[in-house]
Design a protein around this ligand. Structure first.
Ligand code: DQA
Length: 147
């Protein structure tokens, strides 16, 4: 069975309340429920984790690196400048998909650059909460194909 870690970075714990016109009206718990359900349907084990703290995300990546087969991450604003999270993800040597709820390329210039994307299999941006499910489907399919 394929195991996937789904990570969310800073401020994503406030989804539902936070700029709903940009990020949608679903809370992170509601999105995670849908992720767990899709994981079950795909025959994958999923674990979801959110933190507002860079170090906590890095600890989580390090602790799971040898236990999971792939990572889906919405690093929030860390996307744009956290070399530390990028290094932790690169060291995990796992396929990674970066997800953004909003279309970062249609927003402020500082959101157009990701320091994480170059070490990822791919990136999904602008499709709202469905982006996580699409990432899960793509990652599970990719991992099963490789076996
Ligand atoms: C985000 C986009 C980032 O620029 C922003 O800092 C976030 C959320 C997204 O999901 O669209 O916190 O990652």
């Amino acid at each position: 069975m394929v195991a996937i870690l789904v990570l969310n970075g800073p401020n994503l714990n406030t989804l539902g309340k936070r700029e709903p016109g940009v990020y949608g009206t679903l809370t992170l718990d509601m999105i995670n429920e849908r992720i767990y359900a899709r994981g079950e349907a795909l025959g994958a084990t999923v674990e979801c984790f959110q933190s507002n703290h860079e170090g906590a995300l890095i600890d989580c990546i390090q602790q799971h690196a040898e236990q999971v087969d792939g990572i889906i991450i919405n690093p929030g604003a860390f996307t744009h400048y956290s070399y530390a999270i990028r290094d932790a993800l690169a060291a995990a040597k796992l396929p990674i998909i970066e997800v953004h709820l909003s279309n970062v390329y249609a927003r402020e210039a500082f959101r157009h650059h990701s320091v994480i994307a170059p070490i990822c299999l791919g990136q999904i941006a602008g499709l709202g909460w469905r982006g996580y499910l699409l990432a899960l489907e793509a990652l599970v399919a990719d991992l099963q194909e490789d076996k």
